[in-house]
Design a protein around this ligand. Structure first.
Ligand code: HEM
Length: 519
């Protein structure tokens, strides 16, 4: 062994002289309990895993940067937002992105039919901004209270531990707002070819705020320069027969060889009010904002150029959430967004620990990477948040003894006026079939054929009452959709027309007509 070879040590800094054998009484044992080196090694190993994410357990992180155009479309970015990262052309902001699948466990297939997570952490000069999105533009539900139910229906059966089509379609059949997402997910878009070949969407409606405090509603879009590519069920079966991690491998290798993936980043903007002229609600994440009415406006480009050094530290422990915004960006009242905002940091305090924000991957890099808080202690607390010029005895605020004080920066914002009765109610403008119909109409023939085949396969594994309800919804979306699926599973419109709407619905004229035709 050369003198300069690095020496193995314990975590206490003691050199390890024998890593092959425990301390035992004689070479055949028994082992001794004061065997510190062995106990440290094995007990750390026993704790190597942290709980996997309850959703999006399998994922892969890469680093990169966002370069702003300084514009929002053809107008200066400052017209809509004062967020610093967007203001100047060419301004670069470091970021981490985590791509993921939703339903499977940590080692599950990356070729599964599943939405893909597209979660970006921007390390801005004003602190972190997390945009936790997906590759599909809409979601199954519009109220966070239904999230545990939709996820339970998609996760394995609690007894057989198999993902059961009958459970998925039972839930979706009782959840008409899921029809749009379902039509995306069971089309080829539900299996992106790789992480480099998929779009990203913020999905929920956010706000931007300008220096005057004026707000607009906003949706975020990422378009891959590599183009969008998807897999059919047969192609995916082949890929996952050989490799459960093809998408991570593809991304890792592209970055290693310097083929840096890029996405053009756009926003859609809407004035900040209820938009009574629309027959859907701008705060409804089961709807898209049609691009002919709300055009895509370019704001910058995202480039990924660096891989992680350590999967556990940077992938398992990265923590993102919808509550993490910077000045100039705001929440809307989107009922999913508000519910999500509680859930992310709640799960991260459990999954990673109460001091998860002290870990390097989660620390803000702006303000020279420093945070100054009066938070102290907690499991695995590391370092401290004391300002060099602060009185270290003062970990409370306010104080006249040189503690931390509030930021003097004025942060004007048009404060929304909120009023009304406290209720538990759905949105009024539901229109659950409209955008599913639009999606069905605009698919290419092969995509539609694949959608029909995949759904047929799932319905064949479902019970008759579930089949009927799903087919009823498909007829409400589109005659062709209903007829093709019904025929494949031996049903006709006559078998389902007795069902009627699930609940009192505010149907549009077209839907009333469809209902009348069904009946
Ligand atoms: C991860 C909750 C809806 C995208 C998670 C996690 C939870 C969660 C608990 C695990 C986070 C962690 O352990 O770090 C919810 C709730 C939702 C919701 C309660 C609805 C109310 C959505 C929607 C999207 C989305 C609509 C897409 C826009 C993601 C992504 C991740 C994630 C991408 C993975 C983040 C990462 O890579 O670390 N969600 N979610 N979720 N969620 Fe949601």
């Amino acid at each position: 062994m050369a003198q300069t070879d690095p020496i193995l040590t314990t975590r206490q800094g003691h050199p390890v002289t024998n890593n092959q054998n425990q301390r035992t009484v004689g070479s055949r044992g028994p082992a001794t309990l004061e065997n510190y080196q062995f106990l440290e090694k094995i007990s750390h190993f026993d704790r190597e895993r942290i709980p996997e994410r309850v959703v999006h357990a399998r994922g892969f992180v890469a680093y990169g940067e966002f370069e702003a155009t300084g514009m929002i479309g053809d107008e200066p970015a400052s017209k809509y937002t004062r967020a610093k990262l967007f203001q100047e052309a060419g301004k670069k902001t470091d970021l981490a992105i985590r791509f993921s699948t939703v339903i499977g466990g940590r080692d599950s297939s990356e070729a599964a039919r599943d939405p893909r997570g597209f979660a970006v952490k921007f390390y801005t000069e004003d602190g972190n901004w997390d945009l936790v999105g997906n590759n599909l533009s809409v979601f199954f539900i519009r109220d966070a209270i239904k999230f545990p139910d939709v996820i339970h229906s998609l996760k394995p059966d609690p007894i057989t531990f198999r993902q059961e089509p009958n459970r998925i379609l039972d839930f979706m059949g009782q959840t008409p707002e899921s029809m749009h997402m379902l039509t995306h997910l069971f089309s080829p878009r539900g299996i992106p070819a790789t992480y480099r070949h998929m779009e990203g969407f913020g999905v929920n409606t956010y706000k931007m705020v300008n220096a005057e405090g004026q707000t607009v509603l906003v949706k975020y879009h990422f378009h891959p320069r590599a183009g969008v590519a998807s897999m059919t069920e047969a192609e995916a079966a082949k890929v996952q027969g050989q490799d459960l991690g093809h998408a991570s491998k593809d991304l890792y290798e592209a970055i290693e060889r310097g083929d840096f993936p890029q996405w053009d980043v756009y926003v859609q903007i809407m004035e900040d009010h209820e938009h009574p002229e629309l027959d859907w609600d701008p705060l409804d994440d089961t709807k898209i904002w049609p691009e002919d009415q709300f055009p895509l406006r370019e704001i910058g480009v995202m480039t990924l150029n660096r891989n992680v050094d350590d999967f556990h530290n940077e992938n398992e422990q990265i923590a993102m959430g919808t509550g993490v915004l910077v000045d100039g960006l705001e929440f809307s009242d989107d009922k999913m967004l508000v519910g999500r905002t509680f859930s992310y940091s709640d799960t991260q305090r459990y999954r990673v620990g109460p001091n998860y924000l002290q870990l390097p991957v989660n620390q803000p890099k702006g303000r020279n990477g420093k945070v100054y808080t009066n938070q102290r202690g907690g499991l695995m607390s590391y370092g401290n948040d004391v300002h060099p010029e602060q009185n270290p005895h003062v970990n409370y605020e306010p104080s006249i003894h040189n503690g931390l004080h509030e930021s003097p920066e004025p942060q004007p914002n048009e404060a929304p006026a909120v009023g009304g009765q406290v209720v538990q109610a759905n949105l009024d403008r539901r229109n659950d079939y409209l955008h599913a119909r639009g999606r069905y109409n605009t698919m290419m023939d092969w995509e539609r054929d694949e959608l029909i085949n995949v759904l047929t396969g799932m319905l064949e594994q479902s019970e008759r009452d579930v089949q009927e309800r799903i087919v009823w919804h498909f007829f409400m979306i589109h005659d062709d959709y209903g007829q093709r699926i019904a025929k494949n599973i031996g049903l006709t419109v006559d078998d389902v027309k007795h069902l009627g709407p699930l609940a009192v619905q505010d149907f549009t004229e077209e839907e009333k007509q469809r209902l009348a035709n069904l009946g």
